[in-house]
Design a protein around this ligand. Structure first.
Ligand SMILES: Nc1nc2c(c(=O)[nH]1)N[C@H]1C(S)=C(S)[C@@H](COP(=O)(O)OP(=O)(O)OC[C@H]3O[C@@H](n4cnc5c(=O)[nH]c(N)nc54)[C@H](O)[C@@H]3O)O[C@H]1N2
Ligand SMILES: Nc1nc2c(c(=O)[nH]1)N[C@H]1C(S)=C(S)[C@@H](COP(=O)(O)OP(=O)(O)OC[C@H]3O[C@@H](n4cnc5c(=O)[nH]c(N)nc54)[C@H](O)[C@@H]3O)O[C@H]1N2
Ligand SMILES: [Mo]
Length: 661
């Protein structure tokens, strides 16, 4: 048995340091690295099943060619040579007829390593393909943060143990960020209160001192209410504001309508709770807010994040150890990605396509139409909104679809050509996290099974098939990681640690990285948009429930659903409904019901739950359509409306009705 250091490649803020026990070319055990300061020796239940996933008998081992109707799952093995010739040939024809912008890459975050995640950029720039706006996850939250804090990094989550008040807002870290949760628990044991602001009683809420339940999509109003009380009761830090904040007077001018009574009406949070929360926050020495993505995935999500990110500036918390706010670590700016993404290879301006609207894009009347989709480390048939439209698009006979995957996912079922992909342990990379500040290098520990190839290797092959002569397409993975590291500001000791596979902590720039060097409450454009109630009157009548489609503890987006054991632990596709709502609508515990709206429907099992307030329902996890009764999952009732900032997804901003079958 040999032990290797590695990093969890999944799209999770904890980006854990791992220790892998390997024997005979197989992963026999996975542990959290006790020497990784954030991982501290423990990992989630999902990653304890990493070995069985890597060595799953269901892995795709050779390139495959479609041999039946789209979606039928009938494929024939072919060689890499034939696959490359077929792709180059079809793309050549499409480019001659429609131009290269008829080709659309689609990817998101199957692998978070900086090299493998961004491996397609130089190739698609050189090809002149349409560019994907990568908006499915966090652009509203990021844009909201940037408007007030620019490129300032978030507060270090490791300092949360020094906070004297912790607010977890729109996040369920007991399920999605267990190391943050453990630090918050540590602080709690020292007497620091933990307050959760969510739209239902999550796993995290069960561990909190106080739970504030808001009406979904109303967090901007709650933040305005808190600010109103802070200002009215003189709980703001005037010295900090004078020295480090712009836009305070303008912000004060818009506050009068947001009295506790009015905000109580807008949010469903009692006025007394709003006042007490503001007082606790204003009186705390060093309050820490963890800003989750939850409340940003609504139509006014950007505004909400912007206001919540303003709170620490008003009380001076950004200046205090343990205080402040963390939306994303921001540490991405420490690694200059241009060495991989190579914007200089662009052949000219190309159209940008928002991935949230893939269904519209594939079925609408774009000019030129999208005629080919190249999917790599992404699974749109499962995770994208407007699922019915996405599937109609993927079924188009004239759409040439290539999917680079490890498993026969819902998306791979619709491919013309499937290319076999590797796991992170079979490739090299450099990892940084969006939830902490560590950088870590990984090496290939295992040989890929069959003919599987990494994203980087595959794009180098595609470049050769298309005759691209640029030097970058001949670089090895190790060379590419070296190029990236050359541009990171590190000491010789830190370089040595990285080379040995150990984590190194990145350092943020001092002060606020904004145009004025201060926190800009009014943002780059003067003024703040008005808060609007999210309710669409007529939709509310027809579809009485707010739908929350939150992450599941035993899956990471659509990953790990291959494993029956984890599917069973999760309990299958379910919808949590308040017991009173169940009674009123004749929904029986355990029964299959239809969840529907104007976009479509899916079948879920009812679970009555007092954790869910009336008029709200919760569907945990994105289940594979293949594992869902009726062949559709929750994204069949999630719309592709965009957020106010960043053009992001509105996964939690939709309404549904429910009827018994
Ligand atoms: N186990 C597991 N871990 C994961 C993932 C997973 O699928 N499974 N996904 C990973 C990914 S890709 C991401 S982006 C992160 C996600 O992490 P985040 O998006 O930061 O937060 P979540 O933990 O998903 O929690 C979102 C919370 O927001 C709440 N919420 C929804 N609407 C509102 C609202 O209007 N107001 C308020 N206050 N709360 C609201 C939901 O009820 C939910 O509890 O987690 C990552 N970690
Ligand atoms: N209803 C609803 N839908 C959601 C969400 C929600 O909260 N509710 N969350 C959204 C969020 S936050 C996100 S980030 C997106 C996630 O969207 P995606 O990133 O598209 O989803 P994943 O499920 O992570 O799928 C990644 C796929 O990449 C493959 N893969 C992994 N590593 C590699 C590799 O090295 N190379 C290649 N070629 N393939 C690889 C995996 O096998 C997997 O099938 O989903 C979104 N969808
Ligand atoms: Mo995400």
């Amino acid at each position: 048995m040999t032990t290797y250091r590695s990093v969890c490649p999944l799209d999770c803020p904890d980006a854990c340091g791992l220790l892998l026990e390997v024997n005979d070319g197989r992963v026999k055990g996975v542990r959290g690295d006790p020497e990784h300061p954030y991982t501290r020796g423990f990992i989630c239940a999902k990653m304890r099943h990493y070995g069985p996933l890597i060595h799953s008998p269901e892995r795709i081992l050779t390139p495959l060619k479609r041999n039946g109707p789209k979606g039928s799952g009938l494929f024939t093995p072919i060689s890499w040579e034939e696959a490359m010739e077929t792709i180059a040939g079809r793309w050549g024809e499409l480019i001659a007829r429609y131009g290269p912008e008829a080709i659309l890459p689609y990817f998101y975050a199957g692998v978070m390593g900086l090299l493998q995640r961004n491996a397609g950029h130089p190739f698609f720039h050189r090809l002149g393909a349409a560019e994907l706006q990568r908006t499915i996850c966090s652009p509203a939250a990021e844009a909201g943060w940037q408007q007030v804090l620019g490129a300032t990094w978030g507060s270090d989550p490791e300092t949360i143990v020094d906070a004297d008040l912790i607010i977890i807002w729109g996040m369920d870290p007991a399920a999605t960020s267990i190391h943050l949760m453990s630090l918050a628990q540590q602080a709690r044991r020292k007497g620091t209160p933990l307050i959760v602001i969510d739209a239902y009683r999550t796993r995290t809420a069960a561990l909190a001192d106080e739970v504030v339940l808001v009406r979904p999509g109303s967090d901007a109003a709650l933040a305005l209410g808190l600010i109103q009380v802070l200002v009215a009761e003189d709980l703001v830090d005037k010295d900090f504001i004078a020295a480090h904040v712009t836009g305070y007077e303008e912000l004060c001018r818009i506050l009068p309508p947001y009295s506790p009574a009015r905000v109580a009406e807008l949010t469903g949070v009692p006025a007394a709770t709003i006042i007490n929360l503001a007082r606790a926050y204003g009186r705390a020495r060093a309050p820490f807010i963890r800003i989750g993505h939850g409340f940003s995935r609504h139509r006014q999500g950007g505004l909400a994040v912007r206001l919540v990110a303003s709170l620490p500036a008003l009380v001076g918390a950004y200046g205090k150890p343990g205080g402040g706010a963390l939306q994303s670590s921001g540490s991405g700016s420490a690694v200059r990605l241009e060495a991989i993404t190579r914007p200089d290879l662009r052949q000219g301006p190309v159209r940008a396509i928002n991935m949230v609207q893939l269904g519209q894009v594939l079925t609408g009347s774009l000019e030129p139409p999208v005629m080919s989709l190249y999917v790599y480390h992404g699974n749109p048939a499962t995770v994208a909104p407007e699922q019915n439209r996405v599937l109609v698009g993927l079924r188009r006979e004239d759409l040439f679809t290539v999917v680079h995957e490890r498993f026969l996912t819902d998306t791979a079922l619709y491919a013309d050509i499937i290319l076999p992909a590797t796991f992170a342990v079979e490739q090299e990379d450099l990892y940084r996290s969006y939830g902490h500040f560590y950088l870590q290098r990984t090496r290939a520990i295992l040989l890929p099974p069959g003919e599987a190839r990494s994203n980087w290797q595959t794009f180098c092959l595609l470049a050769r098939a298309l005759g691209f002569a640029e030097d970058i397409f001949r670089r090895s993975e190790a060379e590419m990681v070296d190029v990236l590291l050359q541009r990171v500001d590190l000491t010789p000791e830190e370089r040595e640690a990285l080379a040995a596979g150990r984590p190194v902590k990145l350092k943020s720039a001092p002060g606020f990285v904004t145009p004025s060097g201060k926190v800009e409450l009014m943002g780059p454009t003067a003024g703040l948009p008005a808060y609007r109630l999210p309710d669409d009157g007529c939709l509310a009548e027809r579809y009485p429930f707010y739908l929350l489609t939150t992450p599941a503890p035993f899956a990471l987006n659509s990953n790990f659903r291959q494993l029956a054991e984890l599917r069973e632990r999760e309990g299958g596709p379910r919808v949590l409904v308040n017991p009173d709502d169940c009674r009123q609508r004749g929904l029986v515990e355990g029964a299959l019901v239809e969840v529907y709206n104007q976009l479509g429907s899916c079948l879920l099992q009812v679970q009555a739950s007092n954790d869910v307030p009336p008029s709200v329902v919760v569907a945990p996890g994105v289940w594979w359509c293949q594992h869902s009764p009726g062949g559709r999952n929750i994204n069949s009732v999630v719309g592709d409306d965009l957020t106010d900032l960043g053009g992001g997804s509105t996964f939690y901003g939709h309404r549904v009705a429910i009827r018994p079958l």
